[in-house]
Write a protein that binds this ligand. Structure first.
Ligand code: PNS
Length: 168
C-alpha cells in the first residue's frame, strides 16, 4: 500500500443500501477521510433498482456525511481504484459465510494490483444478519423493514410489496 494514500473505495451492488452498509461507511470515515462508494454496474446481474436509482438512494442516505462521493463503475474494481488513486478497498464482513467469497476476491484483486489493499470492517452486531437479499425477500412478502434500511429506501421499497424481486 502506498503510504499517504487516504482515498478508500467501498464497492458493492447496494441493491438496495441497508443500515449495515451505512454502518460500514461510518466506520470507514473514522479512519479514511475520503470515501468513494462504488456501485458496480454489472449488466448480467439484474437488480431491483437501476444503477442510477441506487446512486440516488445511497446519496440521499449519506447526504449528511462529509468526504463521501457515490459513483458507478464498470469492469474491474482494481481498474476503478487505480483511476481514482485509491489504494484501499473496503469490504464489510458479517458472519463466517462471507469469508470464503471475500477471501477469494481479495486475493484475486491483490494479484491484479499488488499495491492495493483490501481492508475488512466488521459490521456492528445489530446488523450482522442483514443483507440486501434478505431485505428484498421480506419486502416481497409484505414484511416491515423499517429501521433496517434508510427511510428513503424503505419508502421506495413499499411499492415493491407483492412483486417478485430478483437480484441478490
Ligand atoms: O455487494 P456485492 O454484490 O457483494 O459486491 C461485489 C462486487 C461488486 C464488489 C464485485 O462483484 C466486484 O468487484 N465487481 C467488479 C468486477 C470485478 O472486479 N470482479 C473481480 C473481483 S475479484
Amino acid at each position: 500500500m502506498k503510504s499517504g494514500s487516504s482515498v478508500a473505495v467501498y464497492p458493492g451492488s447496494f441493491d438496495p443500501i441497508t443500515y449495515g452498509h451505512v454502518d460500514i461507511v461510518d466506520r470507514t470515515l473514522a479512519i479514511f477521510p475520503e470515501l468513494i462508494v462504488g456501485v458496480a454496474n454489472n449488466p448480467s446481474k439484474k437488480g431491483i433498482f437501476s444503477v442510477a436509482e441506487r446512486i440516488e438512494l445511497i446519496s440521499e442516505s449519506l447526504k449528511d456525511r462529509k468526504g463521501v462521493r457515490v459513483e458507478s463503475f464498470e469492469g474491474l474494481l482494481v481498474d476503478f481504484c487505480k483511476e481514482r488513486g485509491a489504494a484501499v478497498i473496503i469490504r464489510g464482513l458479517r458472519a463466517l459465510s462471507d469469508f470464503e467469497f471475500e477471501f477469494q476476491m481479495a486475493m484475486m484483486n491483490q494479484r491484479m494490483r499488488p499495491e492495493g489493499e483490501t481492508v475488512f470492517m466488521m459490521t456492528g452486531p445489530q446488523y450482522f444478519y442483514l443483507s440486501s437479499s434478505i431485505i428484498k425477500e421480506v419486502v416481497q412478502f409484505g414484511g416491515d423493514v423499517g429501521g433496517l434500511v434508510p427511510e428513503v429506501v424503505n419508502e421506495r421499497l413499499k411499492s415493491y410489496h407483492g412483486r417478485k424481486l430478483s437480484g441478490r
